[in-house]
Design a protein around this ligand. Sequence first.
Ligand code: SIN
Length: 326
Amino acid sequence: MTGRHIKVFATGGTIAGKAGSATSRDYIPGQIGVDELLGEAARLGLQATLVGTQFASIGSEDIGPALWHILHDAISGAMADDACQGIIITHGTDTAEETAFLLDQTLPTAKPVILVGAMRPADAVGSDGMRNFANAVGVAGDEQAAGRGVLLVMSDHIFAARDVRKARTEGVDAFRGFPRGPVGHVTPASLEWFGPAWRMGEAARFAFYPDMPRVSILYAYAGMPGDDVRDAVLSGAKGLVLAGLGQGNAPAAVREALAQAAASGVPVVRASRVDQGLVDREPDDDENGFVAARALGPAKSRILLQLLLANGITDPIRQQEAFDRR
Ligand code: SIN
């Protein structure tokens, strides 16, 4: 292969999964190594030189700070390597949005960093893995992909890390962008951006510390007691994210317990358990010391709060600024 030099960091997931049968429902993620994946890609005639490293072979439910640390170091190295023009991470889809967002906030935007996965294992009929991978190579090799933060490529869509959410448990079209939809469209034969890059030349927004502080997500429900909040704090949470009702609401007892937590120095972010829609600031957020998650869902709100705390940003006004920023 010739063309742009792209590093491929493999972690496992369904894109590397095998069922042993084209029609089986069950499969094991992380079965295909990066060499086999790149061997398959070589047969597609892609205009890129791909260099692979296998960092893990796991389902993404087991990804967390330890692997993020390894990936962060490797991507930082690739960013400093003049020969490398883009980076692809193969990843399970279940937590792809979390890894994408963590890297998005802790890396400069100088080179394209693309996450890619699949909803169907490699040997399934109608598998989406190789097409998604070919599309990711096209995006990683495109100069205009830089300056947009970390991107996720799935089902011919290009999503920004901050917007993307897994919105379906099955089907190849499982991801959505919110509040922006996809930022571009890609096929193995074409690539179109829907607007200019909006983060050109940006440095990393936060330092990445692998020892991330514990932040708990509290899923709100009718009849939820304040004890759910107090139990999380007693068990060591250094921050709380409410996956609230509607626009980040919760029963009175829970709001009271959250206000007590915030007053005692455990920051509280109000997000929503609803997939789409903003959670804006409310008049009593000032009084309660709460932060509104704005466009971020609970999982990414949790990562942002961890980064803020790890970087010593404890003032709710500064925390709110980080949640407001695109
Ligand atoms: C995983 O997230 O590793 C399993 C599901 C998938 O990759 O689609």
